[in-house]
Design a protein around this ligand. Sequence first.
Ligand code: ADP
Ligand code: ZN
Ligand code: ZN
Length: 798
Amino acid sequence: MNVASVIVDVAVMQTDRPFDYEIPERWQEVIQPGMRVIVPFGPRHVQGFVLEIKVDTEIRKLKPIVEPMDIIPVLSEELMKLAHWLTIESLCFKISALHVMLPAAMKVKYSKLIRLTGEKSLPPELASLFKGQTEIPWEEASDAGALADIRKEVKKGTIEVIYSVKSKGRKKTVRMVRCLLSEEALAETVGTMAKNAVKQKEALLAFSGRRGNWLTLKETGMSSATAKSLLGKGWIEEKQEEMYRDPHSGRHFEPDKPLKLTENQQEAIEPILATINDGTTETFLLHGVTGSGKTEIYLQSISQVIEKGQEAIVLVPEISLTPQMTERFKRRFGNDVAVLHSGLSIGEKYDEWRKISRKEVKVVVGARSAVFAPFENIGLIIIDEEHETSYKQEENPRYHARDVAIWRAAYYDCPVILGSATPSLESFARAKKGVYTLLTLDNRVNDRPLPSVDIIDMREELREGNRSMFSRTLFDKIKDRLEKEEQTVLFLNKRGYSSFIMCRDCGYVAGCPHCDVSMTYHRHRHQLKCHYCGYEEPAPNICPECGSEHIRHFGTGTQKVEEELLKLLPEVRIIRMDVDTTGTKGSHERLLRQFANKEADILLGTQMIAKGLDFPDITLVGVLSADTMLHLPDFRSSEKTFQLLTQVSGRAGRHHLPGEVVVQTYTPEHYSIQLAAEQNYESFYQQEMTMRKMGGYPPFYYLALINVSHKEAIEASSAANKIVTKIKPSLSPAAVILGPVASPIARINDRYRWQCLIKYKREPKLTAVLKEVLEHYAKQGKSNELLVSVDIHPYMLM
Ligand code: ADP
Ligand code: ZN
Ligand code: ZN
């Protein structure tokens, strides 16, 4: 008997293994590994993935597969292997690893239908339920209290219950028609038609000269009623053509040609091209300041890959998937490019995925999850801005796109390019050790100078009586740009520094009742909102603690900066980009276009403007608060500050006009700020490595973070203690266990949080014991309300 081993779509520990199902005779030829199937599981029917097909000689009573969901496998053998690897590496359920590789549209819902078999007639009380239809939704029967009667009929064979899969990923189709008449017959027919058949005549005439072509109804100008009558007469035929929802429809991309590489670029690209040609796997770290021509190297490497008949994946951070970035790929490779990002609708994403799956494109440009693009002949994987923490997924499977890229590249024997102006310490250390190959671009293309950077000590400003959020230097320079009609970018480092409400008399800070964090003040609605659990309440006008009216909001949100700027310079035109103004689809793109068209003097925003912007008239970049991130309880805070400041500075003076940068800070002496101003990556690396070595952090140690949460603080802490006791004996004396301690954010959504950080170099037993811990708590099920999670190589430590 042929048996399929299936991973079912139920993400709990007990089901995290394959289950065997019989393959019914009629699907013997159809069902293959990598396909989705519907299988019975307990009382339900669920979706599952076929892992393998086995021939089973044992006599067992297996349940049969209900039906296949795919005609061809949606996951290749390679992706199935990758899923297996992900499961082990990130300690996730196999079903999570399989799901992450498919677009959301392919996650299906099931609906039950009750259908008449037509074998015998129904008793009248049930017949009325069907109202002449052959099938009705299960819910209708259930609501009518008819399920018991229906069960009887099912036994008799009058009725069957079927499981219908509601796929969100509907293909979009368009109706096409074609004329079957010869040119003469067409003219003759039109001539002999009744006078009042105007519409039909027009419709037929639309085909003259285009006979034999498939046209959409729109192109012929006929209505569906007209089409119906022409079809009835046999004059035309029709078909449904599958259509892609094209997010770029109506946009024309002016094709461009490869640029002649500079000597420096030529040196960097040669080893890459060599590995592409030889078909060897190697990881390159391309370190080059912003504007040094990294993207041009990507483009030309991809050309080589396409020429060889292979495919390329390009990952860019979601936030820099700007139209400007994707346009460069569209211009170079035209219709060979698919783009995947969160701005697309579920349907659009599904369509892009299908283009990749059918190999109708050669290049995919996308955010993190595009690393799973279903190509089967990959020749190159590129990760731009490789230091970005958004490449790590913060939910199961907790994978890092860099690791997945390197795995896939090894499978296909092809190179990986990691590009950055500020590589992560981990990657740079690997390059220094020779694990990665370091390629360096020292200068900007055509030696355009890097912008000059002024560091302004805001304590000094305060001492000299300037209480505004703009230093005198920055303000003067903004005014100067307004006069010269040049553009300014103002950057507010908002992370860890949003506006909150505080009482000036008693110091009360409005905190979330469910989490140990202060709530963020939203001025336009006068509301307080918790960004961790979503709780909202109206902002108070008097202090709930002491009754004082001196309660007001602190912190510098982008809105507040905008207001202050308008007070000082009423005529200035500002475009503000933050979560509030970019919430709707396409708004990000629209605002950038407005700025590019010089409809504003100043672009003001948060993290999201730090990257990818490349406008010729930006000559001033102001960083309003450089150090807000430095004080977060995160060993990467200096690295993140350095990266962000370097990125932001890179926005100025990219073209013919020279650029200036003003960095305002309360800690001007900090090495991450000083060295970012000098754009001195190498010194920063040395300094930061010393700190990491002293602290015992990556890249000197690996980390594993265990998070425990429970509604009762005591339960969370005691479970965390038990876990540590359990793990300790399996670790070598070289491993360091920090904790358990209460997490920096000790409560979220009414759950108390404890954590334990393991620092290690080589612990062969670690993943096994962590898996045991997870299994142990999962077995206790939901009843005890305890949640335990493990994050290997964590990026979020709060
Ligand atoms: P990066 O990706 O390192 O920021 P880009 O590839 O975007 O750098 O290059 C910066 C600018 O220089 C772009 O406007 C690009 O068109 C231009 N450029 C890159 N390479 C060359 C070249 N070889 N010759 C002329 N201009 C180039
Ligand atoms: Zn008060
Ligand atoms: Zn909250």
